[in-house]
Design a protein around this ligand. Structure first.
Ligand code: F6P
Ligand code: MN
Length: 348
């Protein structure tokens, strides 16, 4: 039992009975925190020798954490069904398919390429309403726009274990006290700074990015001599959940844009259990999340594992990136910028 988390959910969760569902997810995250802490001591490193539905190699910890969260969802009477990055199809709860009123989607272990290197990893979750409680949920019931989420959040297993929970109009951060297993409320009414000088992107993909993103990053990198007239800092952890937590802590912008590296894929991140929950957290904290042109929360899903371009963080920077997407001259602006600006002169 976690009193501060329960009190917060009882007070701010509205009338959709969120407390049980989020406490069950938090319980799963607590077990995952313990497992990640012991890692190599209990053999939870390295590949599981299998692939998930996206064709990605599963790590032992991917498989184990998926089992932990699945068990937590099966035991929760408010959860009629759940879906996971690691499972091809959505699962109907064996015990509560007809009396549960929520559908939960999760990425049990985000940033799994970081496990063996002992770098922060996390869990991401999204809670949707069951459209018709009283009957078994069908596969299509899960395909709701992010705007419908009742709650969303993530846990980050870093130097401390943090759990960020967002419900309509409010987001808070809890820190796990390892001494007694309590989630202690450490930050309420989170607001993300609207301005920032920090961005996060995998710069090795620069040549594949769409033109508005090339323009945005080139202008940041140009620093004080460029059109932004100030220096920017860059970070890339390669665990989205860790980047999201840095951004809600001190601001910043994260970009995994559409690119033409694998034109078949609309983006890298998955809509239902990565982009939507992070977008919901950002929205409650005064930050934005877009595909480039459109709010993530308005994307109409067409598949459980669909990918989307994802840009989120401090409102002013995200608005600027949306403007660059809307500006058709941005398609040529990188070239113009390179030939016109001091950036090129300074580096010629
Ligand atoms: O789940 C996808 C993910 O691992 C994110 O957590 C992270 O931001 C991204 O992929 C890392 O991508 P890359 O391998 O291109 O650095
Ligand atoms: Mn992930």
């Amino acid at each position: 039992m976690s009193d501060e988390l329960k009190d917060w959910l009882d007070r701010h969760g509205g009338d959709s009975g969120l407390t049980e569902t989020v406490l069950a997810i938090a319980g799963g995250c607590q077990l995952i925190a313990e497992a990640t802490r012991q890692g190599p001591l209990i053999g939870l490193v390295g590949s599981a020798g299998s692939s998930n539905v996206q064709g990605e190699t599963q790590q032992r910890l991917d498989v184990y954490t998926n089992e932990l969260l699945s068990t937590a969802m099966e035991g929760c009477r408010s959860v009629a069904g759940y879906a996971s990055e690691e499972l091809e199809e959505a699962i109907v709860s064996a015990r509560h398919s007809s009396d549960g009123w929520h559908l939960v989607l999760f990425d049990p272990l985000d940033g799994s390429s970081n496990i063996d290197a002992n770098i922060s990893i996390g869990t991401i979750f999204s809670v949707l309403p069951h459209p018709e409680p009283g009957r078994e949920p069908a596969a299509d019931d899960f395909l709701q726009a992010g705007r419908n989420q009742l709650a969303a959040g993530y846990a980050v297993y870093g130097p401390a274990t943090a759990l960020v929970v967002a419900v309509a109009g409010r987001a808070a951060s809890f820190t796990l006290n390892p001494a007694d297993g309590e989630w202690v409320l450490t930050r309420d009414e989170i607001r993300v700074p609207t301005a920032t000088r920090e961005f996060a992107i995998n710069a090795s993909n620069e040549r594949f990015w769409e033109a508005p993103v090339q323009r945005y990053v080139a202008e940041c990198v140009a620093g004080v001599e460029g059109p932004r007239s100030r220096d920017f800092n860059m970070r890339w952890v390669a665990s989205m959940v860790a980047e999201a937590h840095r951004i809600i802590t001190r601001g910043g912008v994260f970009l995994y844009p559409r690119d033409n590296k694998e034109p078949r894929k609309a983006g890298r991140l998955r809509l239902m259990y990565e982009a939507n929950p992070v977008a919901f957290v950002m929205a409650q904290a005064g930050a934005h999340a877009v595909t480039g042109c459109h709010p993530i929360l308005d994307v109409k899903p067409d598949g459980l594992h669909q990918r989307v371009p994802l840009i989120f963080g401090s409102a002013e920077e995200v608005a600027r990136i949306v403007d660059y997407h809307a500006d058709t001259s941005a398609n040529v602006s990188l070239q113009l910028f390179k030939t016109r600006s001091l950036y090129v002169n300074a580096h010629a």
